[in-house]
Design a protein around this ligand. Structure first.
Ligand SMILES: C[S@@+](CC[C@H](N)C(=O)[O-])C[C@H]1O[C@@H](n2cnc3c(N)ncnc32)[C@H](O)[C@@H]1O
Length: 243
Protein backbone atom coordinates (compact mmCIF):
# COMPACT_ATOMS: atom_id res chain seq x y z
CA UNK A 1 0.00 0.00 0.00
CA UNK A 2 1.30 3.44 -0.83
CA UNK A 3 -0.45 6.52 0.49
CA UNK A 4 1.16 9.22 -1.58
CA UNK A 5 -1.91 11.42 -1.77
CA UNK A 6 -0.07 14.64 -0.93
CA UNK A 7 3.00 14.76 -3.14
CA UNK A 8 3.71 18.45 -2.52
CA UNK A 9 3.62 17.87 1.21
CA UNK A 10 6.08 15.01 0.75
CA UNK A 11 8.39 17.21 -1.29
CA UNK A 12 8.24 19.90 1.39
CA UNK A 13 9.17 17.32 3.98
CA UNK A 14 12.14 16.17 2.00
CA UNK A 15 13.40 19.74 1.55
CA UNK A 16 13.08 20.51 5.24
CA UNK A 17 14.84 17.27 6.08
CA UNK A 18 17.73 18.23 3.83
CA UNK A 19 17.90 21.72 5.33
CA UNK A 20 17.91 20.32 8.83
CA UNK A 21 21.03 18.27 8.12
CA UNK A 22 23.37 21.21 8.67
CA UNK A 23 21.51 22.65 11.65
CA UNK A 24 22.28 22.09 15.34
CA UNK A 25 20.64 19.40 17.45
CA UNK A 26 17.73 21.39 18.80
CA UNK A 27 17.05 22.80 15.34
CA UNK A 28 16.95 19.22 14.06
CA UNK A 29 14.40 18.29 16.62
CA UNK A 30 12.26 21.34 15.95
CA UNK A 31 12.28 20.57 12.24
CA UNK A 32 11.51 16.93 12.86
CA UNK A 33 8.68 17.71 15.26
CA UNK A 34 7.17 20.20 12.81
CA UNK A 35 7.35 17.57 10.08
CA UNK A 36 5.85 14.79 12.16
CA UNK A 37 3.03 17.06 13.37
CA UNK A 38 2.21 18.59 10.01
CA UNK A 39 -1.44 17.74 9.25
CA UNK A 40 -2.03 14.34 7.76
CA UNK A 41 -4.79 13.43 5.32
CA UNK A 42 -7.99 11.69 6.42
CA UNK A 43 -6.71 8.51 4.76
CA UNK A 44 -3.39 8.73 6.63
CA UNK A 45 -5.22 9.24 9.93
CA UNK A 46 -7.45 6.23 9.32
CA UNK A 47 -4.38 4.04 8.83
CA UNK A 48 -2.68 5.47 11.93
CA UNK A 49 -5.82 4.85 13.97
CA UNK A 50 -5.88 1.18 12.91
CA UNK A 51 -2.21 0.80 13.88
CA UNK A 52 -2.75 2.50 17.24
CA UNK A 53 -5.88 0.40 17.97
CA UNK A 54 -3.85 -2.75 17.34
CA UNK A 55 -1.03 -1.42 19.56
CA UNK A 56 -3.53 -0.72 22.37
CA UNK A 57 -4.91 -4.25 22.05
CA UNK A 58 -1.40 -5.78 22.27
CA UNK A 59 -0.45 -3.54 25.21
CA UNK A 60 -3.44 -5.00 27.06
CA UNK A 61 -2.52 -8.60 26.24
CA UNK A 62 -1.21 -10.43 29.31
CA UNK A 63 -0.53 -13.76 27.59
CA UNK A 64 2.95 -15.13 28.15
CA UNK A 65 5.62 -15.70 25.52
CA UNK A 66 8.82 -17.68 26.07
CA UNK A 67 10.93 -14.88 24.60
CA UNK A 68 14.10 -15.73 22.67
CA UNK A 69 16.36 -12.67 22.65
CA UNK A 70 18.93 -12.54 19.83
CA UNK A 71 19.88 -8.97 20.62
CA UNK A 72 21.74 -6.98 23.24
CA UNK A 73 18.55 -6.26 25.17
CA UNK A 74 18.06 -7.26 28.77
CA UNK A 75 19.93 -10.53 28.22
CA UNK A 76 17.30 -12.29 30.30
CA UNK A 77 15.70 -15.20 28.47
CA UNK A 78 12.31 -16.36 29.66
CA UNK A 79 8.63 -15.61 29.86
CA UNK A 80 7.35 -12.11 29.11
CA UNK A 81 3.84 -10.86 28.51
CA UNK A 82 2.89 -9.63 25.05
CA UNK A 83 2.14 -6.35 26.77
CA UNK A 84 5.73 -6.08 28.10
CA UNK A 85 7.23 -6.90 24.71
CA UNK A 86 4.90 -4.54 22.85
CA UNK A 87 6.26 -1.77 25.09
CA UNK A 88 9.47 -1.77 23.02
CA UNK A 89 7.59 -0.43 19.99
CA UNK A 90 8.23 3.08 18.71
CA UNK A 91 5.54 5.50 19.80
CA UNK A 92 3.02 7.13 17.45
CA UNK A 93 5.20 10.22 16.95
CA UNK A 94 8.14 8.20 15.63
CA UNK A 95 5.84 5.91 13.70
CA UNK A 96 4.42 8.91 11.85
CA UNK A 97 7.89 10.21 11.17
CA UNK A 98 8.96 6.85 9.72
CA UNK A 99 5.82 6.91 7.59
CA UNK A 100 6.57 10.46 6.37
CA UNK A 101 10.14 9.58 5.41
CA UNK A 102 8.97 6.57 3.38
CA UNK A 103 6.29 8.60 1.61
CA UNK A 104 8.72 11.48 0.96
CA UNK A 105 11.35 9.29 -0.65
CA UNK A 106 8.66 7.21 -2.41
CA UNK A 107 10.03 4.00 -1.00
CA UNK A 108 9.23 1.02 -3.16
CA UNK A 109 11.04 -1.47 -1.00
CA UNK A 110 11.66 -0.98 2.72
CA UNK A 111 13.53 -3.23 5.13
CA UNK A 112 13.34 -3.42 8.92
CA UNK A 113 15.54 -5.35 11.34
CA UNK A 114 13.54 -5.94 14.53
CA UNK A 115 9.80 -6.32 13.96
CA UNK A 116 8.75 -6.95 17.58
CA UNK A 117 4.90 -6.91 17.35
CA UNK A 118 4.81 -5.02 14.04
CA UNK A 119 4.05 -1.45 15.12
CA UNK A 120 6.89 0.52 13.48
CA UNK A 121 6.73 -1.92 10.56
CA UNK A 122 3.08 -1.00 9.99
CA UNK A 123 3.94 2.69 9.76
CA UNK A 124 6.86 1.99 7.40
CA UNK A 125 4.79 -0.37 5.25
CA UNK A 126 1.92 2.13 5.06
CA UNK A 127 4.32 4.66 3.55
CA UNK A 128 6.04 2.18 1.21
CA UNK A 129 5.01 -0.16 -1.57
CA UNK A 130 6.26 -3.10 0.48
CA UNK A 131 8.16 -3.92 3.65
CA UNK A 132 10.34 -6.88 4.52
CA UNK A 133 11.05 -7.19 8.21
CA UNK A 134 12.94 -9.72 10.34
CA UNK A 135 12.22 -10.88 13.88
CA UNK A 136 14.24 -13.44 15.83
CA UNK A 137 11.53 -14.55 18.22
CA UNK A 138 9.01 -16.84 16.44
CA UNK A 139 6.04 -15.88 18.64
CA UNK A 140 6.66 -12.16 18.11
CA UNK A 141 7.12 -12.72 14.37
CA UNK A 142 3.69 -14.39 14.21
CA UNK A 143 2.13 -11.47 16.11
CA UNK A 144 3.88 -8.97 13.81
CA UNK A 145 2.57 -10.71 10.69
CA UNK A 146 -0.95 -10.63 12.12
CA UNK A 147 -0.51 -6.93 12.90
CA UNK A 148 0.42 -6.25 9.27
CA UNK A 149 -2.47 -8.30 7.94
CA UNK A 150 -4.99 -6.64 10.25
CA UNK A 151 -3.66 -3.18 9.45
CA UNK A 152 -3.96 -3.94 5.73
CA UNK A 153 -0.33 -3.09 4.91
CA UNK A 154 1.94 -4.93 2.53
CA UNK A 155 4.59 -6.45 4.79
CA UNK A 156 6.21 -9.84 5.30
CA UNK A 157 7.90 -10.84 8.52
CA UNK A 158 10.73 -13.38 8.25
CA UNK A 159 11.70 -15.37 11.34
CA UNK A 160 15.23 -15.90 12.63
CA UNK A 161 18.45 -14.13 13.61
CA UNK A 162 19.24 -11.20 11.27
CA UNK A 163 22.61 -12.78 10.42
CA UNK A 164 20.95 -15.97 9.16
CA UNK A 165 17.96 -14.45 7.40
CA UNK A 166 19.49 -11.44 5.62
CA UNK A 167 21.49 -13.43 3.01
CA UNK A 168 18.36 -15.19 1.77
CA UNK A 169 16.00 -12.18 1.69
CA UNK A 170 18.28 -9.41 0.40
CA UNK A 171 18.66 -10.66 -3.21
CA UNK A 172 14.88 -10.74 -3.57
CA UNK A 173 14.00 -7.28 -2.25
CA UNK A 174 16.61 -4.87 -3.60
CA UNK A 175 17.00 -2.08 -4.43
CA UNK A 176 16.04 -1.02 -0.91
CA UNK A 177 14.95 2.63 -0.55
CA UNK A 178 14.50 2.72 3.22
CA UNK A 179 15.98 0.56 5.99
CA UNK A 180 15.24 0.78 9.70
CA UNK A 181 17.76 -1.00 11.93
CA UNK A 182 16.10 -1.44 15.31
CA UNK A 183 17.18 -4.72 16.83
CA UNK A 184 20.48 -6.04 17.99
CA UNK A 185 21.85 -2.80 19.52
CA UNK A 186 25.44 -4.02 19.44
CA UNK A 187 27.95 -1.85 17.56
CA UNK A 188 29.84 -4.58 15.68
CA UNK A 189 26.62 -6.39 14.78
CA UNK A 190 25.07 -3.12 13.54
CA UNK A 191 28.07 -2.50 11.27
CA UNK A 192 27.91 -6.09 10.05
CA UNK A 193 24.22 -5.76 9.10
CA UNK A 194 24.82 -2.43 7.39
CA UNK A 195 27.66 -3.95 5.36
CA UNK A 196 25.36 -6.80 4.32
CA UNK A 197 22.56 -4.42 3.33
CA UNK A 198 24.68 -1.81 1.54
CA UNK A 199 25.04 -3.57 -1.85
CA UNK A 200 21.25 -3.76 -2.04
CA UNK A 201 20.51 -0.09 -1.25
CA UNK A 202 19.21 2.21 -3.98
CA UNK A 203 21.30 5.28 -4.84
CA UNK A 204 19.24 7.66 -2.67
CA UNK A 205 18.42 5.22 0.09
CA UNK A 206 17.76 6.40 3.65
CA UNK A 207 18.92 4.19 6.53
CA UNK A 208 17.63 4.89 10.05
CA UNK A 209 19.23 3.48 13.21
CA UNK A 210 17.64 3.39 16.63
CA UNK A 211 19.43 3.40 19.98
CA UNK A 212 22.70 4.82 18.69
CA UNK A 213 23.61 5.87 22.26
CA UNK A 214 22.65 2.50 23.79
CA UNK A 215 26.25 1.53 24.61
CA UNK A 216 29.88 2.46 23.93
CA UNK A 217 29.95 0.02 21.02
CA UNK A 218 26.81 1.59 19.50
CA UNK A 219 28.31 5.08 19.85
CA UNK A 220 31.45 3.91 18.05
CA UNK A 221 29.37 2.27 15.32
CA UNK A 222 27.35 5.46 14.86
CA UNK A 223 30.55 7.51 14.55
CA UNK A 224 31.85 5.18 11.86
CA UNK A 225 28.49 5.17 10.01
CA UNK A 226 28.42 8.98 10.05
CA UNK A 227 31.96 9.23 8.70
CA UNK A 228 30.94 7.08 5.75
CA UNK A 229 27.49 8.55 5.04
CA UNK A 230 26.68 11.13 2.38
CA UNK A 231 24.43 12.93 4.87
CA UNK A 232 23.18 12.12 8.34
CA UNK A 233 20.86 13.47 11.02
CA UNK A 234 21.14 12.71 14.72
CA UNK A 235 17.64 12.87 16.19
CA UNK A 236 19.00 12.27 19.70
CA UNK A 237 15.82 11.39 21.52
CA UNK A 238 13.75 8.46 20.47
CA UNK A 239 11.06 7.79 22.96
CA UNK A 240 8.13 9.21 24.83
CA UNK A 241 9.76 12.63 25.42
CA UNK A 242 9.48 13.37 21.73
CA UNK A 243 5.78 12.62 21.50
C1 LIG B 1 13.25 -2.68 19.91
S1 LIG B 1 12.45 -4.10 19.34
C2 LIG B 1 11.80 -3.57 17.78
C3 LIG B 1 10.67 -2.61 17.90
C4 LIG B 1 9.94 -2.36 16.59
N1 LIG B 1 10.87 -1.96 15.54
C5 LIG B 1 8.90 -1.28 16.77
O1 LIG B 1 9.27 -0.14 17.00
O2 LIG B 1 7.69 -1.59 16.65
C6 LIG B 1 13.79 -5.11 18.79
C7 LIG B 1 13.37 -6.47 18.24
O3 LIG B 1 14.47 -7.01 17.54
C8 LIG B 1 14.55 -8.40 17.80
N2 LIG B 1 15.99 -8.77 17.66
C9 LIG B 1 17.03 -8.26 18.36
N3 LIG B 1 18.19 -8.76 17.92
C10 LIG B 1 17.89 -9.62 16.92
C11 LIG B 1 18.68 -10.44 16.05
N4 LIG B 1 20.01 -10.47 16.13
N5 LIG B 1 18.03 -11.19 15.15
C12 LIG B 1 16.67 -11.18 15.05
N6 LIG B 1 15.87 -10.40 15.84
C13 LIG B 1 16.47 -9.64 16.76
C14 LIG B 1 14.03 -8.58 19.21
O4 LIG B 1 13.49 -9.88 19.40
C15 LIG B 1 12.99 -7.45 19.32
O5 LIG B 1 11.69 -7.93 19.08
Amino acid sequence: MKLLDKPRQALGFYRSLKQSISAGDSAHMQAVKAIARHPFSRLDNEVFQRIEDRRAMLEGDSSLIEFIDHGAGSGRPGARTVSQLAGASKNAFWGRLLYRVCVAIESNSSLELGACVGVSGSYIAAGSCSLTTIEGDPSLAAIAQRTFDENGVSARCHVGPFRDVLPSVLPDIGPIDFAFIDGHHDGDATLEYLAAIKPYLSDDAVVAFDDIYWSESMIRAWQSIRADAEAWIDLRTVGPTAS
